[in-house]
Design a protein around this ligand. Structure first.
Ligand code: AMP
Ligand code: ZN
Length: 113
């Protein structure tokens, strides 16, 4: 499958790894929008959060747990962070492999643009 993030998981395209286990892979965003900006993705291809169903929904809880552990390790837990997934055109999704942006290190604005 011609998917950028599947290629990153497979090592065909290089990335700067933050965390990896059997289920998820995390790496630094190539165009950081905050002092700390990483992506957390399932290793198994899921196109977007719209594809979450009873058979694969556990991965979402796992990603939130991994994010909390990463926040503690990278000292952004106390000041806080944002964990967000964009879905489809209006959501601003540009890569068709579900990913959670984790942003921290500055005061993030709300609402987003
Ligand atoms: P989204 O717009 O929500 O689909 O987010 C896609 C994200 O992937 C953007 O923040 C991009 O900067 C990031 N991105 C695209 N290509 C790469 C890459 N090769 N390595 C790391 N991050 C990437
Ligand atoms: Zn993929």
């Amino acid at each position: 499958m011609d998917c950028l993030f599947c290629k990153i998981v497979n090592g065909e395209i290089p990335s700067k790894i933050v965390y990896e286990d059997d289920l998820v892979y995390s790496f630094y965003d190539i165009e950081p929008q905050a002092p700390f900006h990483i992506l957390i993705i399932p290793k198994k291809h899921i196109t977007s959060a719209l594809e979450i169903n009873d058979g694969n929904k556990d991965i979402v809880g796992h990603i939130f747990k991994v994010a909390a552990d990463i926040a503690c390790e990278h000292n952004i837990a106390q000041d806080g962070y944002r964990l967000v997934t964009n879905v489809g055109k209006n959501g601003g999704q540009t890569v068709g492999h579900m990913h959670f942006h984790m942003l921290g290190g500055r005061n993030l604005q709300w609402p987003p643009g």
